[in-house]
Design a binder for this molecule. Structure first.
Ligand SMILES: [Zn+2]
Length: 113
């Protein structure tokens, strides 16, 4: 399961951050996912609870922010929000596209004591 693998990686990172900050328990975790990561929030929360069991993040609440996809054409420099049927740049037609936003996967912050 996609979500469980990501949740396990994030719990590893949270344990590192908590240790650095001297936190004995993490109560809340704020995470950001790009649209292309295709996280299902409900599945992620379930996976996170499973991955966090027995760690400092056990029982922590998860707040998920989804970052909308945004593309940029390296050819003409136009920046746009991709639509389902768009295969290339809407301005010059180039099929070479850079992803500006949408592949994010990070922890914004953690709260604990
Ligand atoms: Zn273009």
């Amino acid at each position: 399961m996609h979500e469980l693998r990501i949740a396990t990686d994030l719990v590893d990172m949270i344990e590192g951050y908590a240790a650095e900050a001297g936190l004995g328990a993490v109560h809340r975790v704020n995470v950001s996912f790009g649209q292309f990561i295709q996280i299902v929030p409900d599945l992620f929360e379930t996976a996170f609870r499973e991955a966090a069991a027995g760690t400092v993040a056990a029982g922590a609440e998860v707040d998920i922010e989804i970052i909308a996809a945004e593309m940029r054409c390296p050819g003409c420099g136009s920046q746009y929000i991709p639509s389902e049927d768009l295969k290339g740049c809407s301005v010059c037609g180039s099929s070479e596209i850079d992803i500006v936003h949408g592949k994010e996967l990070f922890i914004k912050s953690i709260e604990g004591e």
